[in-house]
Ligand binder design. Structure first.
Ligand code: KG4
Ligand code: ZN
Length: 336
């Protein structure tokens, strides 16, 4: 079964064809990063307009690279939530038109659930597992019971982990998005050079929650030291210490979730899952079975949408043309 996946929730216009939820036939990602860079963040109105320009060329290229004809497509999956509404609408309306004109089923999927599906494109992973979803908009620890069943154990009560990376990078002039730049610079620094405070979210509903706003403030408050001549070389130390603290916050909660649930299979997904310190530390955990996607499948892509869409289609689930989009999802502890 060949499923087309469309992803337009933020600043990537991505279209992919995936066979049987596993084999990536094509994976086109038109990134808007260069267009948003000048504003040091994503401008929603600009993002929607760029999606309108990119969606048809992205579809044509994905189809071309897959070697398939449009009549070979068995279903059209599209990200419907969470994300920027104007951007999501471009992908969803294109998916509806295509589904209607080809006479094929339409499947709306959740972007967050799809991020955790990404490693399934490369590995055979059984359920249940604990999912660590870390992206620019979300930081969540979830229990995944099936491809379409997920229970949120904890989340950030304020900023997302990726957002903290982006804001710190912006503050220290490393550009947008900042996750990769911090990751690279942190490799030259000492992660124990600075001791940043960790939030005390240990009890009740907050047992598995994290928080990043305090850490962000603490890291940016160090700036005065770098304005003094001769101290610039401290930046790699600062960033390495920030990165360690930001990732350790999640790992502390993840370890607790593993202990409490007895589930030792752990799957990471989302842009921050590309972080080298996170990947190395996850692999070090004794007794855990850890999966994370290849770097290009960590950030937004259409293959994860198509892969997840296949399972809905295979279970006989599809949606009607009144499918709508949502910026937030009730029940998810959201940060934006
Ligand atoms: O999943 P994604 O592409 O978009 C959202 O759904 O939000 O994630 C983008 C986020 C950005 O915040 C970016 O800075 C972060 O992922 N990111 C990283 C790394 N690569 C991307 N964060 C830390 N280390 C990295 N190597
Ligand atoms: Zn994403």
């Amino acid at each position: 079964m060949n499923v087309l996946g469309i992803e337009s929730s933020c600043d990537e216009c991505a279209v992919s064809l995936v066979r049987d939820g596993k084999e990536i036939l094509s994976n086109v990602v038109f990134s808007q990063i260069e267009d948003h860079k000048v504003f040091e963040g994503v401008v929603p109105e600009l993002a929607s307009r760029l999606h309108v320009e990119a969606i048809v060329p992205a579809y044509r290229l994905a189809l071309n690279q897959s070697g398939l004809k449009s009549s070979d497509i068995d279903g059209i999956a599209v990200a419907i939530q969470p994300g920027l509404v104007g951007s999501l609408l471009v992908g969803v309306n294109f998916a509806k038109s295509l589904a209607q004109s080809l006479g094929k089923p339409l499947i709306g999927v959740d972007h967050i659930v799809a991020h955790l599906y990404a490693p399934h494109l490369e590995y055979s992973i059984s359920y249940p597992y604990l999912g660590l979803l870390v992206s620019g908009g979300h930081s969540m620890i979830v229990k995944v019971l099936r491809f379409d069943q997920m229970e949120v154990l904890g989340a950030s009560i304020d900023d997302a982990c990726g957002e903290a990376f982006d804001k710190v990078a912006k503050f220290y002039g490393l550009g947008y998005p900042g996750g990769k730049a911090i990751d690279d610079m942190a490799k030259m620094g000492d992660p124990t050079a600075f001791l940043f405070p960790k939030p005390s979210l240990y009890k009740g509903a907050h047992t598995y929650d994290v928080s990043y706003s305090g850490l962000k403030t603490a890291v940016t408050a160090q700036r005065a030291k770098f304005l003094r001549p001769g101290r610039e070389d401290n930046l790699p130390n600062l960033l390495a210490s920030f990165q360690k603290t930001a990732i350790d916050l999640l790992l502390i909660k993840l370890k607790k979730a593993v202990q409490d649930t007895g589930i030792t299979r752990v799957v990471a997904g989302g842009g921050v899952a590309a972080n080298s310190y996170l990947r190395a530390t996850l692999k070090e955990q004794k007794g855990w079975l850890v999966y994370y996607p290849s770097i290009d499948l960590c950030t937004d892509n259409g293959a994860m949408i198509a892969g997840l869409g296949y399972h809905y289609l295979h279970s006989g689930i599809s949606h009607t043309l009144d499918l709508s989009v949502r910026s937030r999802v009730p029940g998810f502890k959201m940060t934006q």
